[in-house]
Ligand binder design. Structure first.
Ligand SMILES: [Zn+2]
Length: 81
């Protein structure tokens, strides 16, 4: 029996419910966004820096049927370039 090429057999994530392997959403719960502003002489504000912190879980969701694919999230993260 010929060996399968691991690059072709195992690296693509597909939704077990609908088979979608194209569209995925990463959803973060409880995100705190802190933005630092400095007020200028004329009363206007300038944005200095943007800081966002995820306190909750990060989930991976199927873009077609919204099934929770968080079990694949580690693999997903490794494949994001
Ligand atoms: Zn799906």
């Amino acid at each position: 029996m010929p060996q399968q090429n691991p690059l072709q057999s195992n690296t693509r994530i597909s939704c077990p419910d609908c088979g979608n392997d194209i569209d995925f959403f990463e959803v973060a719960d409880d995100v705190v966004i802190t933005t630092h502003y400095v007020q200028n002489e004329d009363g206007s504000f300038s944005q200095q820096e943007d800081n966002s912190q995820v306190l909750g879980q990060i989930r991976l969701i199927c873009g077609e049927c919204q099934t929770d694919l968080s079990a694949f999230h580690d693999r997903f993260s490794e494949m994001v370039f």
